[in-house]
Design a protein around this ligand. Structure first.
Ligand SMILES: [Zn+2]
Ligand SMILES: [Zn+2]
Length: 115
């Protein structure tokens, strides 16, 4: 008689692969956000408290509150939902914003700083 050992699905090679793929997919969609990314962005935000960026954000927030601007519920870049930020390409154009998830928003800023 052959002894069959029961292996939970998530511990099999195939199961591990499936969960790894799912994680990768979430990461690609920007749904997995590393804490460091958020902290960096927050630090940057605090540093620029008196910057045009900060003022643009306040003006934008008020405009959204007053229904002058419709805030998108998904990221314009990757289409994921969750917390969506309004990103200004030009802070003097307060009402010209890209709606981005935290991940894509972070990427925009890293890109800019890399220039
Ligand atoms: Zn995104
Ligand atoms: Zn931004």
């Amino acid at each position: 008689m052959i002894q069959m050992e029961f292996i939970p699905y998530h511990k099999t090679q195939r199961g591990r692969e499936v969960s790894r793929n799912a994680q990768q997919k979430r990461r690609n969609l920007g749904l997995v956000i590393r804490n460091r990314d958020i902290e960096d962005h927050r630090k940057e935000f605090l540093l620029k408290h008196n910057s045009p960026e900060y003022k643009a954000r306040v003006a934008l927030r008020n405009a959204v509150k007053d229904n002058k601007i419709i805030k998108l519920l998904f990221c314009e870049e990757c289409g994921s939902g969750g917390t969506i930020h309004g990103h200004h390409a030009d802070y003097t154009k307060v009402f010209e914003v890209d709606w981005l998830c935290a991940f894509c928003h972070g990427k925009r800023h890293w890109k800019k700083e890399g220039e």
